[in-house]
Design a protein around this ligand. Structure first.
Ligand SMILES: *Cc1c(COP(=O)(O)O)cnc(C)c1O
Length: 399
């Protein structure tokens, strides 16, 4: 079947304007804050970063927050801080973005992939134990789409085997698990402020922890392994002297980015409420369609709803996921797929010998998933339009 022939006829109209998969919510407050920083004469890591770290730590109930230029940097520094070394093994879900796996290789360690649960697509905690070897050093749970992983059994397992838990919370601001906020559960938690995430600084990230030693290590390694940062060297009461203590990295966040982050953080609960409301509208709109598997939400969690990942019951349809996406695009609706599981990519197959059938849940879910647009800049009418088009496609192509 050619893509051109895929259309649905009975819709009243195709919206004239493309509905982007994501648009960040940048208000006048953010613009004013960045301009103020531009005028201040201090652009890179300084007082704004310090304030952003304090605000962020308070927000997620973490004693220490280290601002960085990406979540990838945060994950790298976190693994380094807890002592992951060459030859170690780190358990990583296959259903994740490139960053979660690649950071393990930065340290010469080996990512050991694990399958997901078919319902909420977080890692299957029941499969962790059989992967643990004497080399296993850490686990990186990914709070997929903003749905927290099963952290109580995971933390118990980590404790029993003396493993560190580095959470990939790139999707999970703000999210709660059993009354505890993501950011204060594992050993170190890593957040992303990439342009499509729940709050943004353009590019940026944050590592949170209750452990002062790890926080100090990450802060030092984020700026060349130098004992004092620019702020304490170049501000009025600073000194020119410094010591290079380790071969570090260049991962610091700028004050320009932090001034954006400070304003975004104030709005993050409001943003979440809107996304949750929109997820509810989608759920309601698809409730009577057996062809659509709606995202499942565990009891006792607050979902960040960074993504709305629906699954198509492809056996009930005459078209696959890719065609479904093409039709949505023809109706001016942008979508995405989160994610192509790591084990299906050439790097993981060639380097570690993974085969497509190694992780049956992730492989099957990958054929079914579509991420629909969900962000506060959308209107309810936008959501209704997406629902209307999805319903019409299902009606046209159901078996
Ligand atoms: C976006 C993302 C990252 C990386 O975040 P950056 O800030 O772009 O480095 C890591 N993990 C997951 C699951 C992500 O979606």
């Amino acid at each position: 079947m050619s893509i051109q022939s895929l259309s649905v006829s009975s819709l009243p109209h195709i919206r004239p304007q493309f509905l982007s998969y994501h648009v960040p919510s940048i208000g006048e407050e953010e613009i004013r804050s960045v301009v103020e920083t531009l005028r201040s004469g201090w652009l890179t890591t300084g007082a704004k970063v310090k304030q952003f770290e304090q605000d962020f730590g308070a927000k997620v109930c973490a004693q220490h927050a280290v601002a960085l230029n990406s979540c990838t940097a945060a994950l790298h520094l976190a693994l380094e801080a807890v002592g992951v070394k060459e030859g170690d093994e780190v358990i990583v879900p296959t259903m994740t973005f490139a960053a979660t796996g690649e950071v393990v290789t930065y340290l010469g360690a080996k990512p050991i992939l694990i399958d997901c649960r078919p319902d909420d697509l977080t890692l299957d905690v029941t499969q962790i134990e059989k992967l643990i070897t004497p080399r296993t050093k850490a686990i990186i749970p990914v709070h997929f789409a903003g749905h927290p992983c099963e952290m109580i059994p995971l933390m118990e397992l980590a404790k029993a085997y003396n493993l560190r838990v580095i959470e990939d919370a790139a999707h999970a601001l703000p999210a709660w698990y059993q009354g505890v906020q993501v950011g204060s559960i594992g050993d170190i938690t890593c957040f992303s402020f990439y342009a499509t995430k729940t709050i943004t600084t353009g590019e940026g990230g944050m590592a949170t922890t209750q452990n002062e030693t790890w926080a100090d290590k990450m802060r030092m390694m984020s700026l060349h392994g130098i004992s004092r940062n620019a702020w304490s060297r170049y501000s009025a009461n600073g000194s020119w002297s410094y010591d290079i203590c380790h071969a570090g990295h260049k991962y610091n966040l700028t004050d320009l980015a932090a001034s954006l982050g400070i304003e975004q953080l104030k709005k993050c609960d409001q943003f979440q409420k809107t996304r949750e409301q929109y997820a509810g509208l989608y759920n309601q709109g698809f409730k009577d369609l057996p062809e659509i598997i709606r995202p499942s939400v565990a009891d006792n969690v607050q979902h960040a709803w960074h993504l709305y990942v629906m699954q198509l019951d492809v056996e009930r349809l005459r078209i696959g996921r890719n065609e479904f996406i093409e039709i949505l695009k023809n109706y001016n609706i942008g979508t995405s797929v989160h994610f192509i599981p790591l084990h299906l990519h050439p790097y993981y197959r060639q380097t570690f010998g993974y085969q497509p059938e190694d992780f049956p849940n992730a492989r099957a879910c990958f054929e079914r998933i579509i991420s629909l647009p969900i962000y506060p800049k959308m209107t309810e009418a936008d959501i209704e339009y997406v629902i209307e088009v999805v319903r019409e496609i299902i009606r046209t192509y159901r078996r």
